[in-house]
Design a protein. Structure first.
Ligand code: PLP
Length: 471
């Protein structure tokens, strides 16, 4: 498992790696990646919860490609389904039908019906942002309104349409005017509201209600009762926003206000869907039923991508959202649908509704123990296996971006030592102040791997504190 990395010390690059990195610097645009790593790694193999670099060193991955690989890397049943499809029907224009597309749509519709008691239909696209665009088109067509509501801290992708409802101005700044930019409303953040979840919920609901207090807020017409907004885009647990878990009653109250003003609710499950939070759809935790649900990422466990939207029957049936309302050449590609179908069958046959909360509780217990030993961990929380560690200065309250970033860099250097093994740790950072370690381990992570994760997290934290102290 832990193959030696001959002659290559952790954090240093071999001649081969240096040559590749030089080519990357010369030929690759940096526009499509984040380029956060101080010493970029070149990975060559992946299995289960681990990535392996070009030297054979293993890295425990605690973010699983932003939750796209929920079932672990190179899952044998998923790979087998993909291989079978390559041998049988590897490609087909999306205007023609194939079995896996239909059966996958059926499984997703049945899942939404089980979770929310709603009947609807599914259509596919390739990436998450494209599915968000499809949801935007559906909302615009059905409501005749182009303005949307979305959350501060929300992230829905980087196409122009998705950027317009994504809160970061940084993603829009260089690209001119966004006339359809969403109105961004606050998301409850109990840790920053003095740890008082109810106060946080009431404050955010109060601010939302004020939008509809009178006509001069610019949001609605009291005479017709109609708002200027077509839909509210929601992540039940914000991904990029730092895995903040809102109070359980919040979305129900929000949805009631939306309903009263004819505003649809679009549930973006692209990052939190497919049992990340211990339920198939994260919104199930909050007793709130969506009008449109958007999915992507983990549907294919990070293999041939497909994404899509589910919508209530009355919104999306062919009489009201006809053929060609959206289209992409690769939208329901056969390799993606076959992979998606395999993933849905694995999820249906597994015990994820019990196992994910159990593993999440075990992981959270370890994080709480870490927090008890380190004041710099301001808060830990989790819903299923969507877990957060909010890194702060020594006062336990002031956000520490530099500490989170140091931990990320040290993990990726690959020089951590546990019981004779040399490993790396793959982390991701989110949150409004870029100080939250957002943890999305494989849903198949074993209990010993959770133990190892906690040991490695403490090691990177200790090293990061020491590095900052001596800087
Ligand atoms: C909640 C959410 N919505 C939308 C997207 C965009 O998906 P994609 O990157 O596949 O376009 C992401 C991606 O991180 C996401 O987390």
């Amino acid at each position: 498992m832990n193959a030696p990395a001959p002659g290559v010390a952790a954090g240093t690059a071999s001649a081969e790696e240096r040559a590749l990195l030089e080519k990357e610097a010369r030929y690759c645009s940096y526009g499509d990646t984040v380029h956060y790593a101080e010493h970029p790694k070149i990975f060559e193999r992946c299995q289960g919860s681990y990535l392996h670099d070009i030297h054979g060193r293993e890295y425990l991955d605690l973010q699983m490609w932003y939750s796209a690989v929920n079932l672990g890397y190179a899952h044998p049943a998923v790979s087998a389904a993909l291989n079978r499809q390559i041998g049988r029907l590897p490609q087909l224009a999306c205007q023609y039908l194939h079995r896996e597309k239909i059966e996958l749509a059926e499984m997703i519709c049945e899942s939404v019906e089980r979770s929310f008691g709603l009947k609807g239909r599914v259509q596919f696209n390739v990436g998450g942002a494209q599915a968000i665009e499809d949801a935007l088109k559906l909302v615009r067509m059905r409501t005749g309104r182009q303005r949307m509501l979305a959350f501060q801290g929300g992230y829905h992708g980087r196409t122009l349409g998705a950027s317009a409802i994504t809160s970061s101005y940084r993603y829009r700044e260089a690209y001119g005017e966004f006339a359809d930019r969403a109105e961004f409303i606050p998301f409850p953040y109990p840790f920053r509201d003095g740890g008082d979840a109810k106060r946080s919920e009431d404050r955010c609901i109060g601010e939302f209600e004020r939008l509809f207090a009178h006509e001069y807020t610019g949001a609605w017409n009291p005479k017709t009762g109609r708002a200027e907004f077509g839909a509210l885009f929601v992540e039940a647990v914000q991904g990029t926003g730092g895995y903040v878990i809102p109070p359980r009653g919040y979305f129900r109250r929000l949805a009631a206000i939306c309903r009263a003003h004819g505003i649809l609710m679009v549930d973006d499950e692209i990052q939190m869907g497919f049992y990340r939070t211990g339920k198939m759809w994260a919104m199930e935790h909050f007793d709130c039923r969506p009008d449109i649900l958007v999915f992507g990422k983990a549907l294919t466990n990070g293999m041939n991508p497909i994404s899509g939207i589910w919508a209530r029957e009355e919104l999306i049936n062919p009489a009201v959202f006809g053929p060609g309302s959206t289209h992409s050449t690769f939208s329901s590609n056969t390799l993606g649908t076959a992979t998606g179908l395999a993933v849905m069958r694995i999820l249906a046959g597994g015990d994820y509704a019990r196992e994910v909360p159990r593993k999440g509780a075990l992981f959270l217990e370890k994080l709480r123990a870490l927090r008890a030993r380190h004041r710099e961990i301001g808060e830990v929380d989790g819903l299923g296996l969507a877990l957060r560690m909010e890194m702060c200065e020594a006062d336990g309250a002031t956000p520490s971006r530099r500490l989170a970033d140091r931990m990320f860099q040290i993990g990726l250097e690959g020089g951590l030592r546990v019981g004779g093994r040399t490993l790396g740790l793959v982390l991701d950072i989110g949150g409004y102040d870029k100080n939250v370690i957002t943890l999305a381990p494989s849903l198949e992570i074993s209990d010993p791997e959770i133990e190892l994760a906690a040991t490695l997290l403490e090691q990177v934290l200790l090293r990061a504190k020491a590095a900052l102290a001596s800087a």
